[in-house]
Write a protein that binds this ligand. Structure first.
Ligand code: HEM
Length: 512
């Protein structure tokens, strides 16, 4: 009997040792060799999970690519973040080109509701389904449709100016990022379903949507790495007030409520064709005419995408542009000279500017691009799965099922592309690039704040409309006197899926 017990325990020890050897060795044997990265990343995703959880993945990835750079290069082209998980330093065309065969990975599950009836365009993984879905509503986001939404931006801008006048009178420091978010949320709500929620009037996070979205992104950013656990984690989190899941549920409820009440009032009003139309009207027109197969699900999903993907992103971008502008007196002076001249020529007033006119303000455009470069709104790699048969990426072969991704921050901070002043807010680099086609192509290829290829941000023209219209009014009328960030070289941020400034406080003054 004792001998049998001894044999059994020996057998158990061998099985455990074999299992451990398998766990340790299989990543070493199955994954591409010679790719540098933290030791722990050879065996598990723990290093990456912790880095993501801490909210500094965007900064850590820059350091990691730099640390492992080969001689003569500023960045290592590929670094390992976990078994089969790789960060790349350039937007490789194979992965992100317009006809890419690399789908989004199940990381994106973390950024959606677990129920398939509540999935949106941004998180769809199937390439064919995504293309069909995108074709349905693409025209609503086109440049030619943009003018339909300009009145919504104008209405929100009036309230913004009045609020900033009040804040200038009060003279107490404000959280500038919060106010930029208020503007972005109100505009996107107005454009999408014709109602400003009133963030700008009150300067408050109405219904806790902003905080809810933030915790949802935080939750999704790390649970996405363990997407098998997402449905159950979401269920548990839904029960916890203030958790990411309850924020998402609040947003879904708000959108469903707006659609429900519009459907009712729409039946009661006659469409004379003269009233101003928002996204919801245009989508309901499409469902009634059965245009492009748009159905109730598409209406719902499009509005959720707009608010979910289009608010924080624009808020962060405006924060970056203004933070850098008001800390660079020479740049601010140059922009003001351009705007004052436009006022003198009657092309804009102190209170309003048309989107069309802003396209003829080259230095304003350069400031916007440079702000988007220094603080792109998404701070995690845009993960893609290597397709059947494996593929070459950045000159390295990856087997099928590997996950590769570029973080816009890595691309935007590569000294080999942007030069030694990569960390400097220097809008003039874009003016120089516009006169030199070779330089222009080089910068444009690495400038990816809106993503790339078939998954490029569908709302980029809308956010451009919002930014182009607010900045001239803000800069012409107000000064921002920074409080407590004199020593910061770059704006301090925390990044989950979206990056956000952590301390951007200023006193608003009327321009002297
Ligand atoms: C400055 C503002 C914005 C930035 C920096 C930004 C950034 C991005 C990025 C990087 C992606 C690609 C993500 C990926 O490949 O994983 C994306 C996709 C998307 N964005 Fe934006 N975005 C902005 C504003 C907006 C606005 C205003 C809307 C809607 C009104 C919007 C809606 C979307 C949608 C629906 C997608 C998914 C597109 C698809 O997969 O086909 N975004 N955005």
């Amino acid at each position: 009997m004792a001998a049998e017990v001894a044999n059994l325990s020996t057998l158990a020890s061998i099985v455990i040792a074999a299992a451990l050897a398998y766990i340790v060795l299989s990543p070493l044997l199955s994954s591409p060799r010679g790719i540098p990265g933290p030791i722990l990343a050879r065996f598990s995703r723990l290093w990456w999970t912790k880095t993501t959880y801490d909210g500094h993945a965007h900064e850590e990835l820059i350091k990691l690519h730099r640390r492992h750079a080969p001689r003569g290069k500023y960045f290592a082209p590929v670094v390992r973040l976990g078994p089969n998980l790789y960060s790349i330093s350039e937007p490789d065309k194979n992965v992100y080109g317009i006809s890419s065969k690399f789908p989004k990975t199940d990381f994106y599950n973390g950024l959606q509701h677990p129920s398939p009836e509540k999935w949106d365009l941004f998180t769809l993984q199937n390439i064919k389904k995504h293309a069909e879905q995108r074709r349905k509503t693409q025209s609503l986001y086109s440049l030619s449709n943009l003018l339909k939404y300009e009145h919504s931006v104008d209405a929100s801008l009036d309230v913004f100016r009045q609020s900033f006048d009040r804040l200038a009178d009060a003279g107490t420091p404000i959280d500038v990022f919060h106010w930029m978010q208020c503007y972005a949320f109100d505009v996107v709500g107005y454009i999408s379903y014709g109602a400003r929620l009133g963030f700008l009037d009150r300067g408050e996070d109405i219904g806790g949507i902003m905080a809810g979205m933030h915790s949802f992104m935080k939750f999704g950013s790390w649970i996405g790495m363990y997407s098998w656990a997402h449905p159950i984690a979401y269920k548990i989190a839904s029960k916890l007030p203030g958790s990411g899941a309850s924020g998402m549920n609040y947003l879904l409820g708000t959108v469903a409520g707006e659609i429900g009440s519009r459907v009712k009032t729409r039946k009661a009003t006659v469409n004379t064709g003269s009233q101003q139309r928002d996204f919801l009207d245009l989508l309901l027109d499409m469902t009634e005419k059965n245009e492009r197969g748009v159905n109730d699900y598409d209406v719902f999903m499009t509005l959720v995408s707009n608010v979910g993907a289009g608010s924080d992103t624009t808020g962060v971008s405006l924060a970056s542009i203004t933070w850098n502008l008001y800390r660079s007196p020479d740049v601010l002076k140059k922009l003001r000279a351009e705007l004052d001249e436009a006022i003198r020529q009657g092309r804009m007033t102190k209170n309003t500017v048309s989107f069309k006119e802003t396209q003829d303000l080259p230095f304003l455009q350069a400031c916007i691009k440079e702000g988007l470069r220094l603080c792109p709104a998404t701070g995690l790699p845009m993960w893609r799965a290597v397709p059947h048969g494996g593929a070459e990426v950045m000159g390295q072969f990856f087997p099928e099922g590997s996950q590769v991704g570029i973080n816009s921050w890595v691309s935007h901070y590569d000294r080999d592309i942007w030069g030694d002043d990569v960390e400097k807010f220097r809008p003039d680099r874009w003016i120089e690039a516009s006169k030199d086609p070779h330089l222009g192509r080089k910068l444009d290829n690495s400038f990816i704040p809106f993503g790339m290829g078939s998954r490029t941000c569908i709302g980029r023209h809308i956010s451009n409309l919002e930014m182009c219209k607010i900045l001239p009014i803000l800069v012409t009328n107000f000064d921002l006197q920074m409080v407590g960030q004199e020593e910061d070289r770059l704006m301090k941020t925390l990044g989950y899926w979206f990056v956000r400034p952590t301390r951007y406080h200023a006193v608003i003054k009327r321009r002297s």
